[in-house]
Design a protein around this ligand. Structure first.
Ligand SMILES: [Zn+2]
Length: 450
């Protein structure tokens, strides 16, 4: 009896690993994120007085120069603690006076970069970004106190804390912890870095732009420490190729895809990973690029055709955003340290860390996915195989559902027919899966089978 039970147990465990998609190390990563360290880092960043992009760069205690040198020193320290596992450097771009109304003098927009190189796919990158810079009421006031504790010291501190936690592990793909500048002046740091990535032929899995991840009390009085928003644009609009855009638009009219672009799939991945490992959280996907008429640093990446989303609090407080520090009618205005909720900041940092750990552990997505099955009571999918995949998973959902609700693991094959599932009534996608059950982002079909 015993001799039979043991092999059965082993088989069961193997099958379960692939199917359950939970990896114990992901729970360790959640636990390792430190609220205390986030608090210390946000305090230090806020205490640089102002981190305005045009502020002082000489002082060691005040201004954006001091802030970025301190951020770099932190990444250097984290790297030292992991046998130099991070490549830390500045990436900068000169922005000339008058480029827009918020650039009132020539400025070197300097980003701080830390790369944890992937062991198997060194040129594939998953990026977590926060912002270094801050502002007050007048966007061009570069001397007044602008602590920017929530906007966006929280995102910056989150990226540093994720580096501390994830640098204890090795991953197949590269992870980038990124501090961007020039956000408030017109997304200049993101533009510069997206171009740098494109010029260096980076394969970007996705950009998780964190901008304000520490406020739980909305201006409307709602208090909520579990919900957060994931903003994603519907489809990529690479405006450099008008003919390609028109061709894609025609195809979408007949085959769908208008809500299934690469950034949207990345948003669904964050949603799924959170639901799997942090079920106490309420991820809220918002089907738009960003808040109404407002911007963030994922956009310059989207503009160059990269997948990128914005992760942020669900409830904003406008009296604490882009405000001169003052008291008016009994209201304390200003983005100061005491308004930040660190248990919440920790949770959102953990959401980023587990998403990056999962993606950096997973094989690449299949490059080509074709679909067919017109006038048959079945859906047929075919895909290009991926080096490093243990098998593939087909996902489908109702056309009105935001999430991939149904799935089937189909093993190490490159085509599969779902019998009884009518092509017309669902949307489909394919992900690759490795030994530990880590999955790639889902790929929406990009070819039609004839
Ligand atoms: Zn802002």
């Amino acid at each position: 009896m015993k001799s039979l039970l043991i092999p059965l147990f082993i088989i069961f465990t193997l099958v379960q690993t692939v199917q359950s998609q939970t990896d114990p190390k992901i729970y360790d990563i959640i636990d390792a994120v430190s609220e205390e360290r986030l608090k210390q880092d946000v305090k230090i960043l806020a205490d640089f007085g102002t981190r305005h992009t045009l502020s002082d760069t000489i002082s060691n205690t005040r201004g954006i120069g001091a802030a970025r040198r301190w951020i770099k020193s932190q990444f250097d320290k984290i790297s030292k603690d992991c046998n130099d596992c991070l490549e830390v450097f500045y990436q900068s771009n000169l922005v000339k006076e008058g480029t827009n109304q918020r650039i009132v003098k020539d400025v070197n927009v300097v980003n701080v970069v830390a790369i944890q190189r992937g062991t198997k796919y060194p040129n594939r990158y998953i990026i977590m970004s926060g912002d270094i810079d801050s502002r007050v009421s007048d966007p061009n006031d570069f001397t007044s106190d602008a602590p920017g504790a929530n906007d966006n010291a929280t995102g910056m501190a989150g990226a540093m804390e994720a580096a501390r936690v994830l640098s204890k592990y090795k991953f197949e793909s590269s992870i980038v912890y990124l501090g961007l500048s020039g956000e408030e002046q017109g997304l200049f740091g993101g533009q510069g870095f997206a171009k740098y990535a494109k010029d260096n032929n980076w394969q970007i899995i996705g950009v998780l732009n964190n901008d304000m991840i520490g406020n739980i009390k909305g201006v409307d009085g709602v208090i909520d420490n579990r919900t957060f928003r994931i903003f994603s644009e519907p489809i990529t609009t690479d405006e450099t190729d008008a003919e390609k855009l028109a061709r894609q638009a025609r195809a979408r009219r007949f085959y769908g895809g208008e809500i299934d672009g690469i950034s949207r799939q990345l948003a669904r991945y964050v949603y799924k990973t959170t639901k799997t490992y942090m079920p106490e959280m309420n991820p809220m996907m918002v089907y738009r690029l960003d808040r109404f008429g407002r911007g963030g640093h994922h956009r310059p990446f989207n503009d160059l055709g990269f997948a990128g989303i914005r992760i942020m609090e669900a409830h904003e407080n406008y009296t604490q955003q882009h405000q001169d520090i003052r008291t008016e009618n009994g209201i304390n205005y200003g983005d100061t340290f005491e308004h930040v909720n660190f248990p919440y900041c920790k949770k959102l940092t953990a959401v980023n860390a587990i998403t990056m750990a999962s993606l950096a552990s997973a094989p690449p997505s299949p490059e080509e996915v074709s679909i067919g099955g017109i006038v048959e009571p079945s859906a047929k999918l075919q895909w290009s195989k991926v080096d490093g995949a243990r098998g593939y998973k087909i996902y489908w959902r109702d056309t009105t559902s935001p999430t991939w609700d149904n799935s089937r693991y189909v093993g190490d094959v490159n085509e599969f027919t779902l019998t009884g599932i009518v092509l017309d009534n669902s949307l489909f996608g394919v992900a690759s899966v490795n030994e530990d059950g880590h999955e790639s982002v889902v790929v929406f079909p990009n070819k039609i089978m004839r």
